[in-house]
Design a binder for this molecule. Structure first.
Ligand code: ADP
Ligand code: MG
Length: 724
């Protein structure tokens, strides 16, 4: 079996190379960009002027949209879509499952004379009604109010989804219940952006800015694995759990680190180019591609955008990666840890804030005034991460990310901020009340604040930090490759909102009391820094010493999902979410329940899969080999010989096979568990099932390295990771 899959993989690589040589694809990024987007440009040319301006006002100022405007927009949208071959439209939304959902409706509408016309009304654009009852709501929708509806989000542009010969107009929407509760990730994200804007504008006003709005910006860097599709299809664990549940480490691991930023294999390059072209067409500004640290691991990153659009685009990016891979005979793995013992995948969430003129609030400026403002916003983020570290940790918690965080390759489960030496030094000076000079030529003169040019090159970065300042933005690195950036974005926005609110209130008070703004800042920042500097750590986040040091500092170390999730529903967290009207208690609890449920379901599926693979794949192979060895020993004996080593081998193998069977049965037994509550169930999974899975895997991996290649039923790490 092993060799059959291998043979198929090899011929698929050869077939691909032959086709590619015959019909090379020539990407044309500039022409393609945005060609399938109902963009601002398209809107300008297709909408009557007053309609266009009304729509703009809705987009930039959140003004309610008139039905007549909606009708006009819908009609232009439909015409544009139909010209591009669309037959259907869909309200596209992000339910609490972690993926996106869509229900397609035809533009076709029968007329009384037995014919049909293509129609799309403002009403259909603005509101949709998917059959929502099977989306998780965490108990928010009892059956009598089971309906939810989708509401058009005019701030994220519609686009055309091409799938085979089908073209569909995709309308980004929010998903809410009839009682107005958010059933998705977009609604609270939009609320959190609004809340942050309101507070940030207060601070900007103190600095004399006339900005009316602040937007959060983000650019997520996505890591992923690509393996040959034949290997993928031959492994039930990859298909059903997204990660390998068995698999011995290959002799060649990533010790050599010869892959990172190395040459990209041809087939992978062709895949990347296809993904980029598809993403360009739908307006996703992809910018960067390269090899990652692990074998067969890669990264793709866009240019940053408004966080709402960036979140939609991130979902489109993940879908495009998965959808495009089979065209090249590949499978794309977005799981956080597809291969044990090999680096996992993350998603670095680059995050900042910018005013409506596009000024980055986390970019140190050229003059004193700008620099003071920068330090105020930077301090707000430091305070936010320290104060809401538990919540941030919970926002990235999942069964998959548990394999990654703190596993000596990814950021630890402890939240801390890397500021770099220069900025740390500046903050230390400020805390002391504004000393004269800082390291590296920076100066904090009496009243005059000159910041040194902060380094922005990658060499200076500390890759072990879960939350790093990188020159003009923060980078939340503990986010997982497989998750929507919705939650971490919401929580980060909210935490910073609360922090800016606090700072704005203090500064406003001081200024009202007669202080100059500079004096007010000079009084407030040292205090805030003193209270929150425990979160700043520039050292090696992977080290054991840091764990001890962090414990001394009193930082949270929530090592797994089960420990982390309750942070979502602490009294403080509920108050925080309610104060800024991001989620009410019910909405928040619903998310907590769904996340616990998802953890339970994930581990349960993995456990069941392991039992299945053990009994139906590995054990039969092990017995077959055991029989071969036994027969060979017996044959030697009946021929009058004595197979000393053969006998030893047989004994060793028999022990291993027996152990494997015992551990399989034990795991099966642990899975027969009824939790009194979802939380108790989760603890059982963490404390009993997960260890039983590890134990079974250990024996399985020992079997893999003794059973002959021909007999071993699963594609191996060596094949999956190194045959490209
Ligand atoms: P690097 O310094 O890591 O090479 P890049 O400038 O290439 O950084 O940025 C990495 C990611 O961060 C990209 O997705 C980029 O668009 C994003 N990014 C850059 N500036 C900002 C910002 N102001 N807000 C949010 N994301 C940003
Ligand atoms: Mg980065």
């Amino acid at each position: 079996m092993g060799s059959r899959v291998l043979g198929e993989a090899i011929s698929s690589i050869r077939d691909w190379a032959v086709t590619e040589a015959k019909e090379p694809r020539i990407p044309r990024p500039a022409e393609a960009f945005g060609s399938l987007v109902f963009s601002d440009e398209v809107q300008q040319t297709r909408l009557p002027k007053p309609v266009y301006h009304a729509l703009r006002r809705t987009m930039t100022h959140g003004e309610p949209l008139d039905m007549s405007v909606a009708d006009a927009v819908a009609s232009a949208m439909k015409e544009w879509a139909v010209e591009h071959g669309a037959t259907h439209y869909t309200h596209w939304f992000q339910p609490l499952t972690g993926i996106t959902a869509e229900k397609h409706d035809s533009f076709l509408s029968p007329t009384s004379d037995g014919k049909a016309v293509l129609e799309f009304s403002g009403k259909e654009l603005v509101r949709g009604e998917p059959d929502a009852s099977s989306f998780p709501s965490g108990g928010m929708r009892s059956t009598f109010e089971a309906r939810g509806y989708t509401a058009w989000d005019p701030t994220s542009p519609p686009w055309l989804l091409r799938s085979g010969h089908e073209t569909t107009l995709v309308i980004p929407t929010a998903f809410v219940s009839w009682t107005g509760e958010a059933l998705d990730k977009k609604t609270p994200l939009l609320r959190s952006m609004e809340a942050l804007s309101k507070q940030a504008v207060r601070v900007l006003k103190l600095f004399g800015s006339t900005a009316e709005r602040v937007v959060t910006t983000c650019g997520p860097e996505q890591e992923y694995f690509l393996i040959d599709q034949y290997f993928y299809l031959s492994r039930p664990d990859l298909i059903n759990a997204g990660r390998t549940l068995f698999g011995a480490k290959p002799p060649k691991g990533q010790e050599l680190e010869d892959q990172y930023f190395g040459a990209i294999p041809d087939r992978v390059m062709a895949f990347m180019s296809e993904v980029e072209t598809e993403l360009y067409k739908v307006g996703v500004p992809v910018k960067t591609r390269h090899n990652e640290v692990a074998p067969s691991q890669y990264e793709i990153a866009p240019v940053f955008e408004n966080a709402n659009v960036a979140t939609d685009h991130q979902m489109m990016m993940m879908e495009t990666l998965k959808r495009s891979a089979p065209k090249f005979g590949l499978a794309c793995l977005l799981h956080e840890k597809p291969f044990a013992g090999v680096n996992g995948s993350g998603k670095h969430l680059n995050w900042s804030m910018s005013d409506d003129a596009g000024n980055n609030l986390l970019g140190p400026g050229a003059n004193t005034h700008d620099n003071i403002q920068f330090l105020v916003f930077c301090t707000a983020v430091i305070r936010a991460v320290n104060r809401w570290q538990g919540l941030l940790r919970a926002s990235i918690a999942s069964a998959g990310n548990d394999h990654r965080l703190g596993a000596n390759e990814a950021p630890p489960a402890i939240l801390s901020i890397f500021l770099g030496d220069m900025l740390t030094d500046i903050f230390e000076q400020i805390e002391k009340g504004g000393a004269k000079s800082t390291k590296d030529g920076g100066m904090l003169d009496t009243g005059v604040l000159v910041l040194p040019k902060l380094p922005r090159d990658a060499g200076d970065r500390n890759r072990t930090s879960p939350f790093a300042f990188t020159g003009n933005k923060f980078e939340f690195r503990a986010v997982s490759s497989n998750q929507s950036i919705g939650y971490p974005n919401i929580v980060l926005n909210l935490a910073v909102t609360e922090s800016i609110d606090y700072i704005a209130t203090e500064l406003e008070k001081a200024v009202k009391g007669g202080k100059t703004l500079d004096q007010a800042v000079a009084l407030l920042l040292p205090k805030v820094i003193k209270e929150n500097k425990q979160i700043i750590f520039n050292g090696n986040g992977y080290s054991k010493e840091w764990e001890k040091e962090a414990a001394k500092r009193g930082l949270l170390n929530l090592k797994n999902t089960v420990d982390a999730l309750p942070q979502l529903v602490t009294k403080d967290a509920i108050t925080l979410f309610e104060t800024y009207k991001i989620l009410n208690e019910r909405e928040l609890h619903a998310r907590y329940e769904i996340m616990v449920e998802t953890y339970n379901k994930t581990v349960n599926v993995e456990g069941q899969l392991m039992v299945l693979m053990a009994n139906r794949y590995i054990l039969p192979a092990a017995f077959e080999y055991q029989k071969d060895v036994a027969q060979s020993v017996a044959a030697v004996k009946s021929a009058g010989g004595k197979s000393v080593e053969g006998k030893k081998m047989l004994n060793g193998l028999t022990k291993l096979v027996d152990e494997f069977k015992r551990r399989t049965d034990k795991l099966a037994k642990t899975l027969e568990h009824e939790g009194a509550s979802a939380e108790k169930h989760a603890k059982h999974f963490r404390d009993v099932v997960v260890p039983a899975m590890s134990a079974l895997r250990e024996t399985g991996d020992q079997l893999e390295v003794v059973i002959p290649h021909e007999t071993w039923p699963l594609a191996t790490y060596r094949e999956m990771l190194f045959i490209k």
